[in-house]
Ligand binder design. Sequence first.
Ligand code: OXD
Ligand code: MN
Length: 592
Amino acid sequence: MTTNKHVNAWIDEMAALTKPDKIVWIDGSEEQAEQLRAQACSTGELIKLNQELLPNCYLHRTAINDVARVEDRTFICTRKKEDAGTINNWMDPQECYAKLSKLYDGSMKGQTMYVIPYSMGVVGSDFAKIGIELTDSIYVVLNMLIMTRVGTKVVDALGDSPDFIKGLHARADLDEQNRYICHFPEDNTIWSVNSGYGGNVLLGKKCFALRIASYLGRKEGWMAEHMLILGVEYPDGEIKYVSAAFPSACGKTNLAMLIPPEYYKKKGYKVWCVGDDIAWLRVGEDGRLWAVNPENGFFGVAPGTNSKSNPNALATTMRDTIFTNVVHDLDNNTVWWEGLNDNPPANAIDWKGNKWDYTKYDKKDKSTCGAHPNSRFTALAKNCPCISSEFDSLTGVPISAIIFGGRRAKTAPLVYQSRDWQHGTFVGSIMASETTAAAAGAVGVVRRDPMAMRPFVGYDMGDYWAHWLEMGKKIPNPPKIFHVNWFRTDDEGHFIWPGFGDNMRVLMWILDRCEGKVDAQETAIGYVPNPEDINIDGLDLTIDTVKELLTVDKESWKADLSNIKEFYAGIGARVPKEMYDELAILEANLNK
Ligand code: OXD
Ligand code: MN
C-alpha cells in the first residue's frame, strides 16, 4: 500500500518477528470494515446487536483478567533511567526490546497482521501526527477506525517520511504475568503485548496521544494534555472555549457534553463538545493557546451513563458503537449497564459471558455487577448531538481558560482562580482526588494526580512542570487557570453542589473572569468568587450554601501542605524551583 521504505522495512522486521500468515492493510473503507465485522461475528469476537434499535452496534467481551489499563505493567523506556522520572516504571530499552521480542516471537502464527495507518488529529492539520499500528486483533482495528482517522489518506499524507509512531500490538496468550505496555519515546515506538483491553491496545490514545506526544510536545514546544475541550456559545453566537483536566471518576465526559440548565437554555446559551479526553495545544499566530482533540471518537465508561447524567453520550452510543464488557439483554439483543435505568434485563448475560440474575445484584458488591465497572462504549464523535462544528477544524479552537479539578470533600472550594500562569502550574501540580466509598481501599486517601497526567507523562514529572513554565513564557496571551471541585460534602457526607449541567454556572463565572467582567476575593490560595456572582437562579440552594462552598478552610489546607511536600520530594531533583517558590507563598499565606 506504500512505497515508503521506512514503513515497509519496519513492517518486514515486525512480521519476521511475529510471523503472521497474512498481512492486511486497513484502507479506511466501509466495505473492508464491514467484512471485518462479519468475520469477527463469525468467530464470536463480536456480537451483532439489534440493528433496528442499535444500528451498526456490536458487543465485545474481553478476557476476565484483562479489563483495565495496567499502570504497574506500563513502562517508559528511555536510555537514561532518570529521564523517565520517578513516577513512571522504567526499563532499559535494549533489555525491554529483548524481553518483549521473546513474547512476540511467532505470536501471530496462523493469524493475520493488520496494518493500521492512522492520524491523531485531522489529516493535513499542523497539529496532526501519524502512527501505524500493527495488530493481530480485529477488535483493535474496528476500535481504531472509530477512535482515529484511518486509511489511505493517512498513507498519502505520510508520503516517504520516516516521521511516524511505530506501534506493535499482539494479544499473544493474554498472559497477565507477561503483559507489557512499553513506550520508547526516543525511538517513536510503542510495544504492547498480552492484552486485548482498549487503553492498553488502542495505541493512538493514551500511549501515543499522551505518553509519546507529551515527550514530543516538550521537544517541539507544544503540549499534550489529558483534557476535555468544550465551547460555550453565547446568545449572540460568540463561542468561548475552555479545556479541563480531571482525574478519573470526576465526570470528565459528562462535563464535556454538558446540557445547560433551563436558565441558560432559555436565554439561548449552548455548550459544544470538542473532545472528552485529550487536548493537543499550540501557541497560535495571534498569541493565544489553541487546542485540538486528536481523537475521532469517545472511549467512555458505560456504567452511570444515563439520560440524566449524560443524555448526549447516551445518544452518541445509539449507532456505530462497540460496547465492551456490558450486559447483553437477550430478549431484545441490546445492552444494559448499572446506572442506565431501573430496568435490568431479566434474560441476560453478564460481562463475563455467564447468565446474569439481576435479583442477586447488590450495589455494594461489585462482583454481582452485570457490566464490568470499567465497561466501555467506543462511539464516533460525529454522532454526538452536541459535537462542535470546529471538531474537524485544521487550526483548533482558542482556549480562554484551563480548568483543573479534583474530588475533595473539604479542602478545595467550588472554584478558585490562580494568580498567574506560574501559580496555575503549581495549582495543576498539586491536583488531587480523595478515594470514595465506591472505590476499593480506604476512604479519604489523597492521591496526587498532577494535571490528571500522573499515569500519562512520558518523561520526568519535574521536567513536565518545567515545560509548563516554559510554555507560559511562549504564550503572549495565555488562558487563565482555574481549579474546581464539584464534590464538597456536608457533615453527613452529602454532596452540596448539584453538579452535572449546573456546573455551567461555575463555567460562566470562569468565563466572566477571563473577560474581566466580575470581581473576586483574594485568598491564601488564589481568587475566589464573591458568592453573589455564582448564579443560583432556579437552584434549590441559598446564598449561605454558596458561601460555604466557597470558603477556604485554612486548617485543611495546612494539613495538605505536608502531603504536597512529601509528594514533591518523591518526584525528586527536577521539580522546578518556581514550584517550591509557589509552595512557600502558599504556606506563608496560610500562616498569615
Ligand atoms: C480513560 C482514562 O480511559 O483516563 O480515559 O483512564
Ligand atoms: Mn482519560
